[in-house]
Design a protein around this ligand. Structure first.
Ligand code: NDP
Length: 826
C-alpha cells in the first residue's frame, strides 16, 4: 500500500505496542508467589496455575494456587496489621494512598500492557480508561482517608475485609475494592480472578515500593473453590466485598448468612440503552459502540438491550450495521484496534451457545463481513433484531459483544421494557429533549443512569445495583459506608442481649435499666376480666364488662380479619391475658405486599407531603400519649413514667423523620467531565420490617418512620411479645391521612411471617430485629431475589438513644443511591 492508497482508503496502519517490557517483567518473577505480609511466599500446596494470553491462547505466566492454609496465613497477617492500621491517623493513611496513586501513574504503561496481555482487552482501553481510573480512585480515596474523622464521625473501620474480584476489569475492580477499604482503616485479603492476576501482582510490588505496612493488603491468587470459598467462610473476616456473577453472589449471600459479616455484592446486568426518536443518531451510534463493544461486551453494566422508538428503528439499525462493519478487531496491543479477545475459551463457548440459542428462538442475527483472527479467543460484534422481550437473549446476561434490539412506541412502554429484567445495574437514555430524559431517569430501576452518554465511571460517583444486580455501592461517599460501622456497635454490640425470640414470655429479660414491675395505674384494663373498672364511664354503676377490643390486621388502610381465622393471646408480665391479636399467615403477607405495591403514589409524591403526614401522625399520637404509655406499661410491666418517656421519644422521632423527609435528598457530583452527576436518594420500594421486642412502640416507630419518610411502603411485623402498641397505632394512622397501603401491619409468629416476607420476590428489602437465628433465616431467604437486608444478629440496641435509634443509618437503609449522569455542552 503506498501513500496515495492510504489517502484514498484512509485505512489504519498497524500501531503495535511492544510487549517486551511486560514479558521481561513476567520472566524475571515467575512463577509468582502469594503476597502475604508484604512477602512473596510459596503456596502451601506447592501448586501453580497458568495464566493464558487470550489473544493467542499461549501461557503467559505461572501464578500460585493458594489454598485454605494460605487463606489462614493471610487473614492472620491482615488481623495483626489491623491492630495498627485501624488506629493509624487518617492523614498518614492518606499519604500512603496518595503514594500508591502516584506509583500507579509511574508504572502506567507497564500496567496497561500487562492488563491487555492478561485479559485480552485493547491497549487503547487499558491505557486510556482502566489505569487512569485506578489512579483516580486512589487519589479520591486518599482524600476520604484524610477527612474520615471529620466527615464520618462516630464510625470505625470494619476490620479484616475479604475481597473477590472478576476478570473483566482486573486492576480497576481491585482499586474499587482496596481504595475505600484502606481509606477507612481496614486491612485486606484480596483474591483476583483466576484468569487475570498479573496486574494485582504488579500492584503488590507497588505497595512494597511505597512501604505500605506489612499485612495491610494481602493478595492470594488461585481457584475460587480453594481461595474464594475459604475466604468467605473464614471466621476472622469481618466483611466480604464481591464483584462477579449473580449466581456466585447468591451463593455468597447464603454462605455468609447469619455470620455477621458485612456484605456488598456487585453483580450482573442486562442494561437498557433507550433511544427516543429525537436523539442525535450519530452520537447514538458511537454510544452503542461504547455500550456493548467496549471491552468486548464483558462489562457488567454493558448496554446490551437496545430499545429504540419505532419510527427511527430502521434508520438506526442501518447506521449501526455500517458502523459495525468498520469496527477493528484484533491484536489487543495494536493501538488502532477497537476490540480485543474474549478472556477465556470457556467464556467464548458460552457466548457462542447463547447466540445460537437466540437464532433458534427466531431472532435475526447480524455480524460484520470481516473474519476474526483464528488464533486466540475472538468473537465478532453481533447484533440481533426481531427479538421478543421474553426470549433468553433478551433476559440472560451474555457478557460478550452481543446486542439485542427491541422497539417501543411511547415513553411509558420504553420504561416498562427497560425495567423488564431481574437486574438493575445501569441504563442509558438518549434524547435531545432533556425534560423527557430527566423524567425517564427516576423511573428506571437502575443504580446508574447515563443521559446521552454511556459507561461513564468516576470515583466520586457511586456505582452499584438495584434488584438482582446486588447491593452496596462502590465510589462516592455512599461507598465508604460499606467499610465502616458505627462506633457504638463496634464497642458495645454485646452489651444488650436480645429479649426473646419465641412466644410471649414475662418481661423478665428486659433491657438493662428497665424494671419489671406491675403498672401503677389503677385503670389499666385487661381483657381477662380480672381487672376492669367498676364504673364503665357512662354513669352506670355496677360491674360492666369492658367493650371487647380485638385488633385485626392492618392491610391497605383497613382493619381486616386474619385469613387463618385464629387469634393469639397477649399476656402481661403476670401472665394475665391482656388482649388478642390476629394470627397472620402467608396469605395475609401476600395481600399486604400487594397493597404496599399499589401504594406507589407515596413514592412518587412530594417529600413535603410525606413530611406533613409524619407530623400529623406525631400529632395524633401525642393526643393519645397517656393511653399509649399505659399500654406499654400494661404489656411490659415497666413503670408508667418509663413508658411515658418511650412515647415521648417516639413522638420526637416522628418529628425527626418528618424533618428528614424533605432533606435527605442527595448530592451533585462534579466528576472530571463537562457535566454533573445527580446522586439521588431513592426509595427502595417495599420493605418488610420485623420489629424488636424491646420498646414495643418506639421500636415500631423508629423503623417505620424513616422507611416511609423516604417514600417506601412497608409490611410490618410488630413485636411478637408486645404487639398491642403497634395495633393501637391503626387508628392513629387512619386519622393521619396516610394513604392506604403505605403501612401494613401483620401480627403473629414473627419468624414464620419473616420467612414468608424474606422469600417474597416482590419485597425489595427486609429488616429484622430479633434473634440471631431469625437474622440468619432472613439473610438466607433473601438470596432468592437478592433483596437488601438489615438484621441485628440477635444484638440489641438502645432505641431510646438518638445515636443508636435514629438518624442517617436508618435513612441510608431506607434508600438506594441512583447516579444520573448529565453531560452538557453542544
Ligand atoms: P464468577 O462470578 O464466577 O467469578 C468472579 C470472581 O468470584 C472470581 O474471582 C472467581 O474466582 C470468584 N468465585 C467464583 N465462584 C466463587 C465461589 N463459589 N466462592 C468464592 N469466590 C468465587 O464469574 P465468572 O468468571 O465465572 O464469569 C461467569 C459469568 O459471570 C460471566 O459470564 C458474566 O455473566 C458474569 N460476570 C459478571 C461480572 C460483573 O462484573 N458483574 C464480572 C465477571 C463475570 P475464579 O476466577 O477463580 O473462578
Amino acid at each position: 500500500m503506498n501513500v496515495m492508497d492510504i489517502f484514498a482508503t484512509m485505512e489504519y496502519g498497524p500501531a503495535p505496542e511492544s510487549a517486551a517490557p511486560a514479558l521481561q517483567w513476567i520472566k524475571e518473577r515467575q512463577p509468582f508467589g502469594l503476597f502475604i505480609n508484604n512477602q512473596w511466599v510459596t503456596p502451601a500446596s506447592g501448586q501453580y496455575i497458568d495464566s493464558i494470553n487470550p489473544a493467542n491462547g499461549k501461557p503467559l505466566a505461572q501464578v500460585a494456587a493458594a489454598n485454605s492454609t494460605d487463606v489462614d496465613a493471610a487473614v492472620a497477617a491482615a488481623r495483626t496489621a489491623f491492630e495498627t492500621w485501624g488506629k493509624t491517623p487518617g492523614h498518614v493513611r492518606a499519604r500512603y494512598m496518595y503514594a500508591i496513586a502516584r506509583h500507579i501513574q509511574k508504572h502506567a504503561r507497564l500496567l496497561a500492557v500487562l492488563e491487555a496481555l492478561d485479559n485480552g482487552k485493547s491497549i487503547r482501553e487499558t491505557r486510556d480508561l482502566d489505569i487512569p481510573l485506578v489512579a483516580r480512585h486512589f487519589y479520591y480515596h486518599a482524600g476520604w482517608a484524610q477527612l474520615m474523622s471529620s466527615e464520618l464521625p462516630g464510625y470505625e473501620p470494619v476490620g479484616v475485609v475479604g475481597q473477590i474480584i472478576p476478570w473483566n476489569f482486573p486492576l480497576l475492580m481491585m482499586a474499587w475494592k482496596i481504595a475505600p477499604a484502606l481509606a477507612m482503616g481496614n486491612t485486606v485479603v484480596l483474591k483476583p480472578a483466576r484468569y487475570t492476576s498479573l496486574t494485582a501482582l504488579k500492584f503488590a510490588e507497588i505497595m512494597q515500593e511505597v512501604g505500605l505496612p506489612a499485612g495491610v493488603v494481602n493478595i492470594l491468587t488461585g481457584e475460587a473453590s480453594q481461595v474464594g470459598e475459604a475466604l468467605l467462610r473464614h471466621p476472622d473476616v469481618n466483611k466480604i466485598a464481591f464483584t462477579g456473577s449473580t449466581d456466585v453472589g447468591r451463593s455468597i449471600r447464603r454462605a455468609t448468612a447469619g455470620s455477621g459479616k458485612k456484605l456488598s455484592l456487585e453483580l450482573g446486568g442486562k442494561s437498557p440503552f433507550i433511544v427516543f426518536d429525537d436523539a442525535d443518531l450519530d452520537s447514538v451510534v458511537e454510544g452503542v459502540v461504547d455500550a456493548i463493544w467496549f471491552n468486548q461486551g464483558q462489562v457488567c453494566c454493558a448496554g446490551s438491550r437496545l430499545l429504540v422508538q419505532e419510527d427511527i428503528a430502521d434508520t438506526l439499525i442501518n447506521k449501526l450495521r455500517v458502523r459495525m462493519e468498520k469496527l477493528r478487531l484484533g491484536d489487543p496491543l495494536d493501538k488502532a484496534v477497537d476490540m480485543g479477545a474474549i478472556v477465556s475459551p470457556g467464556q467464548l463457548k458460552e457466548i457462542q451457545r447463547l447466540v445460537a440459542q437466540g437464532v433458534e428462538e427466531g431472532a435475526v442475527m447480524w455480524q460484520p463481513s470481516w473474519a476474526c483472527p483464528t488464533e486466540g479467543y475472538f468473537y465478532p460484534p453481533t447484533f440481533f433484531t426481531n427479538v421478543a422481550p421474553a426470549t433468553s437473549i433478551a433476559q440472560v446476561e451474555i457478557f460478550g459483544p452481543v446486542l439485542v434490539s427491541m422497539t417501543f412506541r411511547t415513553p411509558v412502554e420504553a420504561v416498562a421494557l427497560a425495567n423488564n429484567t431481574r437486574y438493575g445495574l445501569a441504563a442509558s437514555v438518549w434524547s435531545e429533549n432533556i425534560n423527557l430524559a430527566l423524567d425517564i431517569a427516576p423511573r428506571l430501576k437502575a443504580g446508574s443512569v447515563w443521559i446521552n452518554c454511556t459507561n461513564m465511571f468516576d470515583a466520586s460517583s457511586g456505582f452499584g445495583g438495584y434488584r438482582e444486580s446486588g447491593f452496596g455501592r462502590e465510589g462516592g461517599k455512599e461507598g465508604l459506608y460499606e467499610y465502616v460501622q458505627p462506633a457504638w456497635e463496634a464497642q458495645g454490640k454485646a452489651q444488650h442481649a436480645v429479649v426473646t425470640n419465641g412466644a410471649a414470655t414475662s418481661g423478665e429479660k428486659m433491657f438493662e435499666g428497665m424494671q419489671s414491675i406491675a403498672p401503677e395505674d389503677d385503670d389499666v384494663q385487661t381483657n381477662g376480666h380480672s381487672a376492669w373498672p367498676a364504673n364503665g364511664g357512662n354513669g352506670t354503676t355496677g360491674l360492666l364488662p369492658p367493650i371487647d377490643r380485638t385488633p385485626k390486621l392492618f392491610i391497605k388502610g383497613k382493619q381486616v380479619r386474619p385469613d387463618s381465622g385464629y387469634s393469639r393471646a397477649i399476656v402481661d408480665p403476670q401472665q394475665r391475658v391482656i388482649g388478642q391479636v390476629g394470627e397472620g399467615n402467608r396469605k395475609d403477607i401476600r395481600n399486604a405486599v400487594e397493597a404496599a405495591h399499589a401504594a406507589s403514589g407515596w413514592t412518587n409524591g412530594t417529600t413535603h407531603n410525606r413530611a406533613q403526614i409524619l407530623y400529623y401522625i406525631a400529632e395524633n399520637l401525642a393526643i393519645r400519649e397517656n393511653e399509649f404509655a399505659r399500654r406499654i406499661a400494661q404489656q411490659t410491666g415497666r413503670p408508667l413514667a418509663d413508658a411515658s418517656s418511650e412515647v415521648e421519644v417516639a413522638i420526637s422521632r416522628l418529628f425527626s423523620y418528618a424533618a428528614w423527609a424533605d432533606k435527605f435528598e442527595g448530592v451533585v457530583h462534579r466528576p472530571p467531565l463537562r457535566g454533573v452527576v445527580l446522586a439521588m436518594n431513592e426509595a427502595i420500594g417495599v420493605i418488610g420490617i420485623a420489629c424488636p421486642d424491646e420498646y414495643p412502640l418506639l421500636g415500631f416507630i423508629s423503623l417505620v418512620a424513616p422507611a416511609i419518610a423516604m417514600g417506601n411502603a412497608v409490611v410490618v411485623i410488630p413485636s411478637q411479645q408486645f404487639p398491642l402498641s403497634a395495633t393501637d397505632c391503626y387508628q392513629v394512622l387512619e386519622t393521619s391521612d396516610l394513604p392506604a397501603g403505605v403501612v401494613n401491619i401483620i401480627t403473629g409468629d414473627r419468624d414464620a411471617l419473616c420467612q414468608v416476607l424474606a422469600d417474597h420476590d416482590d419485597v425489595d428489602a427486609m429488616w429484622y430485629f430479633g434473634s440471631a437465628e431469625g437474622s440468619k433465616l432472613v439473610e438466607l431467604a433473601s438470596a432468592g431475589n437478592m433483596k437488601r437486608t438489615w438484621v441485628n444478629y440477635g444484638y440489641g440496641r438502645n432505641w431510646l438513644e438518638t445515636e443508636q435509634g435514629e438518624g442517617q443509618e436508618f435513612l441510608r437503609e431506607s434508600t438506594q443511591v441512583k447516579n444520573i449522569w448529565v453531560p452538557y455542552g453542544e
